[in-house]
Write a protein that binds this ligand. Structure first.
Ligand code: SAM
Ligand code: ZN
Length: 376
């Protein structure tokens, strides 16, 4: 059966394709289109192509000049070939069937670098996070998937330690910290190679994690932007904790936790992870301009939410938690956001959890404002 997505038609047969993930591909296509608009070139490496839907869309919609479409499973190669043949002129593409890491090493060996490298893997992206850098041009984009929820949310902290070198705790912001873990690990891998990355956007779909970053010449990793998040289980307050303050963490609530007849701070530490902006506002705005031209309403809505949350602190407060800790009925999200803004705090919806708010106000202040609203 023929599938249609965006402007392309293709067959799926026994290849992996989830129509529900269209918005993830739409974001990649828009980022590619902005890149083409700015640099007047776009050479894409779609290293885990499946049926080739992304390869097709990068050429047809983003305006890529060339796509290298690789698929490791030889059993679905004929589907990939027939889809590309049916839609693209031969000079626009190349097909291979190798392991993604072999492709990255070959890129490095041949000094053949790409403007956009798309790594749409199953499970943990960890085996590719360093190697994909070897296939990417300086200034180029890398689009990564991770479906490894249990390592990334702190449910299995030993797994996050093994895969990402970070010990994540199971915090209320678990999926945002998954995105931050992934960005942090890529930042650290880039730094190891004397390079840096800047996040373009980071998206939790409700099930898995997608991160688009740009490879840059400047090492970006610092003790502040790649560090720890402290969370006080007693009062619900978050704080950023740089490496050199690790031994000095306390919470203003001063409530201690008793364990084996000893008293400890109630703050748990999760990390290290990326604690700076999740998205590049300027790039999002350019993506949005194109999305408006193409009338992609659903994507425009998401881009607006991302833009508003981009520079807010690396955590959010679920309305549920505000309600239960403050002993009040769940506050209305938009009224609370407005009131926080009226009182001079930045505040917005979190794309990760739309029943939560991000704000520069402390949790205590947020509860205080919510209480005032609910008593009116
Ligand atoms: C999630 S699917 C790709 C779906 C496709 N990008 C899309 O948007 O519909 C992942 C694909 O990568 C292939 N794959 C998995 N591991 C790979 C590896 N290490 N190297 C190359 N291909 C791989 C799988 O056979 C599968 O077709
Ligand atoms: Zn506290």
């Amino acid at each position: 059966m023929t599938q249609i997505e965006g402007q392309v038609k293709f067959i799926v047969d026994n290849a992996f394709y989830r129509p529900q993930s269209k918005i993830v591909r739409d974001l990649g296509i828009l980022a590619g289109a902005v890149y083409q608009q700015e640099k007047h070139q776009l050479k894409v490496l779609d290293v885990m192509s499946g049926c080739g839907v992304r390869s097709l869309r990068y050429v047809v919609e983003s305006g890529a000049n060339f796509v290298h479409s690789n698929e490791g499973n030889p059993d679905i190669l004929s589907i990939l070939k027939s889809n590309l043949e049916a839609n693209l002129k031969p000079e626009f593409y190349q097909i291979t069937s190798l392991n993604a890491n072999q492709i990255f090493f070959k890129c490095s060996n041949d000094k053949n670098y790409y403007d956009l490298v798309d790594v749409d893997c199953f499970g943990s992206a960890n085996p590719y996070l360093t190697n994909m850098i070897y296939g990417t041009k300086l200034g180029g984009l890398m689009y990564i998937t991770s479906t490894d929820g249990r390592s990334m949310t702190g449910i299995l902290p030993e797994n996050s330690l093994r895969n990402y070198g970070s010990y994540l705790r199971h915090l209320p912001i678990k999926h945002e910290q998954g995105l931050r873990l992934l960005i942090g690990k890529i930042q650290q891998s880039a730094a190891e190679n004397g390079l840096g990355i800047e996040p373009i956007f980071a998206y939790f779909t409700g099930q898995n994690y997608r991160v688009m970053v740009r490879l840059i010449k400047k090492v970006m990793l610092t003790e502040n932007n790649y560090s720890f998040l402290g969370y006080c289980y007693q009062c619900g307050e978050y704080q950023k904790v740089p490496w050199r303050n690790l031994g000095k963490v306390t919470c203003d609530c001063k409530i201690e936790r008793k364990e084996n007849n000893n008293y400890y701070s109630s703050v748990v530490l999760s990390g290290a992870m990326w604690l700076e902006n999740l998205h590049n506002i300027n790039y999002l705005q350019k993506m949005k301009e194109i999305a408006v031209k193409w009338n992609w309403q659903k994507v425009i809505k998401l881009l607006n939410i991302m833009e508003n949350e981009a520079s807010l602190p690396p955590y959010f407060y679920p309305l549920q938690e505000i309600g239960s800790r403050g002993k009040l009925d769940l506050p209305k999200r938009d009224i609370l956001i407005k009131e926080l803004q009226n009182q001079g705090y930045e505040s917005a919806i979190s794309h990760v959890n739309i029943q939560a708010i991000k704000t520069t106000a402390s949790f205590k202040k947020t509860v205080e404002i919510a209480k005032k609203i609910s008593s009116q």
